[in-house]
Ligand binder design. Structure first.
Ligand code: ZN
Length: 220
């Protein structure tokens, strides 16, 4: 596995590489585009550490398995372990923030949904979670008011703001920690806004996190 947590300047963050804990539906506009119903119980799932890979300068997608969709999400790097944490205990355990793609084999997932089966093979495959470098939490004044966007081949495909999360970051991570202990080096993905769609080999992508960074990459 060719991945270690990095800062924006490519320096390595000395935390182990752990699991990725994700929420399936955390923005109303994405729930609408998927024609899903809003449920009271959150939809959590895990990508294994082997899903992690560097976002740039390029990342690969599986071939021959149907549509591979982008889901642009704010990623949170956990710096201290959290078990059954209260929302007010979460902030001090956050190392920093970045952007990640929750790559999804959409046709495989649709088939699994129809069969009532779990999603792992649609979302947990090797390379299913390209991640950019992290910005330390201390440098981000308002993590719950972050604009972020994805441009594919020059056209804007996804645009979100963390203010529109159904579950805010502290609440989300608190709830996750009641199901799964989060360890230092784990990553939390906070859900995708609308605009998911198929990626193709050769696509050029730009990911922007507010004024903190813009990353250019491509599908190899
Ligand atoms: Zn997602």
């Amino acid at each position: 596995m060719n991945y270690s947590h990095q800062q924006r300047d490519s320096s390595t963050i000395s935390l182990p590489v752990g699991k990725v804990v994700c929420i399936g539906q955390n923005y109303q506009d994405h729930i609408a585009e998927m024609q899903s119903k809003t449920a009271a119980e959150p939809l959590f799932f895990i990508k294994p550490a082997t899903a992690l890979c560097p976002l740039a300068p390029a990342f690969a997608i599986p071939a021959g398995r149907g549509a591979v969709h982008n889901e642009l999400e704010i990623a949170v790097l956990i710096g201290k372990s959290l078990t059954q944490a209260l929302p007010e205990q979460v902030a001090e355990a956050i190392w920093g923030y970045s952007l990640a793609l929750d790559l999804t084999l959409r046709d495989v997932q649709a088939n699994l949904k129809q069969l009532g089966r779990p999603w792992e093979i649609a979302k947990g495959f090797d390379g299913a979670c390209p991640v950019a470098g992290f910005v330390p939490a201390a440098d981000i004044a308002h993590p719950q008011q972050l604009d972020f966007s994805l441009t594919v081949n020059g056209s804007r495909r996804q645009q979100g703001n963390s203010a529109n999360m159904i579950r805010g970051i502290s609440q989300l991570i608190s709830e996750m920690s009641h199901h799964f202990t989060l360890l230092a080096g784990d990553i939390v993905l906070t859900g995708t806004p609308a605009g998911v769609g198929p990626l193709h080999k050769g696509d050029e992508l730009q990911l922007q996190l507010a004024d903190y960074f813009t990353v250019t990459t491509r599908v190899s």
